[in-house]
Design a protein around this ligand. Structure first.
Ligand SMILES: *Cc1c(COP(=O)(O)O)cnc(C)c1O
Length: 374
């Protein structure tokens, strides 16, 4: 018997995935436009402009001596540090290769063909990717004022829905839902659907919130057995290149995530650096301060240029520029990389990560020049 069809045979739902569009790397732009990489400003991937904390670098270098061995599969030290910091037992914690990994683990554990996930329009692209990769259906709920419409999201939950993804603050729009709104949502989901619908509260930008807006969402995990709260070391902690994040949930749900997790999903260097970064409150405070000042700097410039923007609670600002492809190209020519967000349904907008003051100035100067010339 011969099978005459020898082409690649991926499931249709895999073929249908539009791959993630990452921010353009500095070296790639340098090659394309013949620019000196040292002069390029990258404000495209919400990375920490301060780089990684010196404390984490030192811990990482020390850990390098044991790289001949596999990482600790249970992340003992990092889980102990997180447990002490957030007051949750270690068996309520899942470590991830970035918090993206936590989102993937939830999808792997709970979604399959014939199920669905609910998330908002203009929300984080990985929700779509993780859902599609499982062959599950996505229910995309129209945004309200560029943010999550929780009433509509509650109403959109279908019989086959297993997961609701919420980014708070949201990326790429920067919007924020205050604690009481989320708590009310969690109570309504529990009342209507019990534990059949798991809510993922993705808080990658939590550390950038002003003190009066902060709330102990990790504590909600005690109250809601269908809740996963995820956090990242990529943003305020400055460890994007190492790939480390975590999720907290009650043990039964954590156990499910652990079943689909790769045994060594968080590498040795990342674990060591994250422990150090978690204890470096000075770096975290500096990240917050630089971000707040940079946000003011960008927003003042947008005001002066008469550009609309969405007030941001993250480390980036979404700004309306109209002809975004052209403005983006002109910025690239001037060695400034920002993020076009047409793929997120925002074709007239650009997302600008907040940089150091001089980086923000480079961007503002280039943008002003481009707008004045047109
Ligand atoms: C950046 C980001 C993440 C975190 O990604 P890592 O995998 O931890 O680097 C998660 N969610 C949102 C909404 C983000 O913007």
């Amino acid at each position: 018997m011969t099978d005459t069809n020898k082409s690649l045979a991926a499931p249709a739902h895999v073929g249908a995935i539009a791959p993630y569009q990452a921010g353009k790397p500095i070296d790639e732009l340098a090659r394309e436009f013949g620019l000196d990489p040292a002069t390029i400003v990258k404000l495209a991937s919400n990375e920490n402009p301060l780089g990684m904390p010196a404390s984490a670098r030192a811990a990482m270098l020390e850990a390098a001596s044991s790289l001949g061995r596999y990482p600790d599969p249970n992340g003992f030290d990092l889980k102990a540090a997180l447990s002490a910091r957030y007051g949750v037992p270690t068996d309520w914690i899942t470590l991830g290769n970035g918090s993206n990994d936590i989102l993937e683990l939830v999808a792997l554990a709970l979604l399959e063909r014939g199920t669905s996930a609910v998330y908002a329009q203009h929300s984080f692209a990985v929700y779509r990717l993780a859902t599609q990769a499982r062959g599950a259906r996505h229910i995309v709920v129209p945004a309200r004022d560029y943010g999550h419409d929780l009433d509509a999201m509650l109403a959109a939950i279908a019989d086959d829905t297993r997961v609701v993804f919420i980014a708070n603050p949201n990326n790429p729009t920067g919007t924020f839902l205050p604690a009481p709104r989320i708590q009310a949502f969690l109570e309504q989901v529990r009342a209507r659907h019990g534990q059949r619908v798991v809510v993922v509260l993705d808080e990658a930008y939590n550390e950038y919130l002003d003190p009066e807006l902060r709330f102990d969402s990790v504590a909600w995990v005690r109250e809601f057995p269908n809740l996963v709260v995820s956090r990242s070391f990529s943003k305020a902690y400055g460890l994007a290149g190492l790939r480390v994040g975590f999720g907290t949930a009650q043990p039964a749900l954590t156990d499910l995530l652990n079943r689909v997790r790769q045994p060594f999903n968080v590498n040795t260097l990342a674990q060591a650096a994250a422990v150090a970064a978690l204890q470096d409150s000075e770096f975290l405070a500096q990240s917050y301060r630089v971000n707040k000042e940079g946000k003011d700097q960008l927003c003042r410039a947008f005001d002066a240029l008469g550009l609309r923007y969405v007030p941001s609670y993250g480390n980036f600002v979404l700004v309306h520029v109209g002809d975004a492809p052209r403005i983006n190209l002109e910025l690239l020519k001037r060695g400034v990389i920002v993020r076009p967000v047409a793929g997120d349904g925002l074709p007239e907008w650009l997302r600008v990560s907040i940089g150091l003051p001089q980086e923000n100035t480079r961007f503002i100067t280039a943008l002003t020049e481009i707008l004045k010339a047109s």
